[in-house]
Design a binder for this molecule. Structure first.
Ligand SMILES: O=C(O)c1cc(=O)[nH]c(=O)n1[C@@H]1O[C@H](COP(=O)(O)O)[C@@H](O)[C@H]1O
Length: 529
């Protein structure tokens, strides 16, 4: 047998980090959590057994493939069905490997070094039926008790995520407790764990393979922990977004200054849109965009931050190196004084594909901030306050309206009220952040009436279909509507299309990618990017 050179060994030991950062660069910083909760299986119409868990997982995997950087399987939710559950997990892991999707097995193992070394055989050896790209670990036998297992992971080109600051509220007092002895005496438990994990990454160029778990729910508490995620150069797996209550602003707070190494894991928030595969994919894509944007802003916020805490110089250098392969497009980071552009209002006739064009553009340019509307309607399953909408009661809405806190408002179908919050738009514009608002034609007209008096400068972009004839052809070609219905729709379309002249720029949606590029050039021109 040929002994590998030290270069080969090093390459092997950085393999997981490299593969994951490539995947994040391609698909963005989202990991889809595949957690077959009993309730979800029942909601999806599956049996609550190993077979149901497998069917559920295969669907989630399909939704994640091509939309997310990785998937994470929650082991206990398979384990509860005994050997059949493990077989299901093996088959789903096999499918993920065949699809080229990066897998994280969330087994949260930990224990005496001698005992947990057996875990390497279960997950890291080439012939293992449960071969995974990475697993999660619990360090409460002492972070160094994991060293043997971590070495085995790295020698096999695999990675680990060590729980440091978990997303559940019960973890806080333990994890922020001050250590009484040892290398990190006087620091918090979480700090010691993070610093011990970082030691495995310091000599690695780019992102390391030894990661941390830091919950997005912890918010400002990150400061009390003494852990500075921007100094960590391995991947950071962050649960808690959506279902557990963390929002984009929490990601910005916790991961301020990080550069492309945060992987946000979301499970129920996505699964609640199932079982329809296209709905799952759509949810995955839109959450991926929101998460990406929040992390992009986190990176910008931390730009001038003073570095301190656990990082070494090497860690800093590595952190900058990471940005080259980062999921967030660092080429788009505006430096120094940013030119202040106008608010970009995107409008057009119903069904013209505004959302599709906007999504395609934001995928390429995560730094564009999209305004979140407020509404008095009830959240639908899976919708989260501050992400899909700001959900307000009638009284809250009225109070804000009376205080002039909306750029525009509307009553839809006489039932629910909708509005565009003014302050976030003004704040983003003031910071020079490209700011986009997608709204129907009536909404755009209301903004036209109010923007000048509120001191908001606007550029109006109208998305048009390729031609009226094309619209006629598409409508008639469908053959699903009666002639009277087609004529009615065409009359409406005629009126809506006539609105084109009211707006500053027209983009023809004949090809989504091209239209998205055109939208970006409008934004780039406005903001000097
Ligand atoms: O180890 C984990 O993955 C984990 C750590 C943690 O601190 N918090 C946390 O929620 N998780 C897991 O992350 C996933 C979050 O799922 P959702 O809350 O449904 O998005 C679940 O599988 C949790 O068990």
């Amino acid at each position: 047998m040929v002994t590998p050179s030290s270069e080969e060994l090093n390459a092997q030991r950085s393999d997981f980090g490299l593969r994951l950062s490539n995947s994040m660069a391609k698909y963005g910083p989202l990991c889809v959590g595949i957690d077959p909760h009993r309730k979800l299986l029942a909601d999806w119409g599956y049996n609550v057994d190993a077979e149901g868990a497998e069917l559920f997982s295969m669907r989630m995997l399909q939704a994640a493939s091509g939309c997310a950087a990785a998937v994470k399987f929650q082991t206990p939710m398979f384990e509860r069905y005994g050997s059949k559950g493990f077989e299901a997990l093996e088959r789903v892991l096999y499918a993920a490997r065949q699809m080229g999707v990066i897998t994280i097995v969330d087994c949260l193992h930990g224990g005496l070094p001698t005992t947990i070394s057996a875990i390497a055989d279960a997950y890291f050896k080439p012939n293992s039926p449960m071969l995974a790209d990475a697993i999660t670990l619990l360090p409460y036998y002492g972070a160094r008790s994991l060293n043997g297992l971590i070495s085995e992971a790295l020698d096999n080109g695999r990675g680990v995520f060590v729980a440091s600051l978990t997303s559940n509220p019960e973890g806080m007092s333990l994890q922020t407790a001050i250590r009484q002895s040892g290398d990190y005496q006087g620091h918090t438990v979480a700090y010691g764990i993070a610093a011990t994990a970082q030691k495995h990454n310091v000599d690695i160029e780019g992102m390391g393979s030894v990661g941390l778990i830091i919950g997005a729910t912890i918010g400002q508490w990150i400061q009390d922990s003494g852990v500075d995620p921007s100094q960590f150069t391995g991947p950071i797996l962050s649960p808690g977004y959506g279902w557990q209550g963390a929002e984009a602003k929490d990601l910005k707070t916790v991961f301020k200054g990080t550069r492309g190494n945060v992987l946000v894991t979301v499970s129920r928030f996505i699964a609640s849109h199932g079982p329809d595969i296209s709905a799952l994919k759509q949810a995955t894509e839109s959450i991926a965009l929101d998460v990406r944007q929040a992390l992009y802003e986190a990176m910008n916020e931390g730009e001038n931050k003073e570095k301190d805490g656990m990082g070494t110089n090497t860690a800093n250098e590595n952190a900058s190196a990471n940005s080259e392969t980062a999921a967030v497009d660092s080429a788009n980071v505006a430096q120094g004084d940013k030119p202040k552009g106008r608010l970009v209002v995107l409008t057009g006739p119903a069904g013209v594909g505004k959302g599709t064009v906007e999504n395609a553009m934001r995928k390429k340019h995560p730094g564009v901030w999209l305004s979140v509307s407020a509404t008095t309607r009830k959240p639908r399953p899976g919708e989260v306050n501050g992400v899909n909408y700001w959900f307000l009661t009638d009284q809250e809405f009225s109070a804000k309206e009376n205080k002039g806190e909306f750029l525009e408002t509307a009553l839809v179908h006489g039932l629910a009220r909708y509005g565009t919050p003014l302050k976030p738009v003004q704040e983003h514009l003031a910071e020079g952040v490209p700011t986009l608002l997608e709204i129907d034609l009536q909404g755009a007209r209301r903004i036209k009436e109010r923007a000048a008096e509120l001191g908001v400068d606007v550029v109006y972009v109208f998305i048009a279909p390729p031609s009226f004839d094309e619209l006629v052809r598409r409508l008639k070609g469908r053959g699903t509507e009666s002639e009277a219905e087609v004529n009615k729709r065409l009359e409406t379309a005629k009126v809506e299309l006539a609105a084109e002249n009211e707006f500053d720029v027209t983009i023809v949606n004949d090809n989504v990618d091209r239209a998205a590029d055109e939208l970006w050039s409008v934004i780039a021109r406005e903001y000097g990017l």
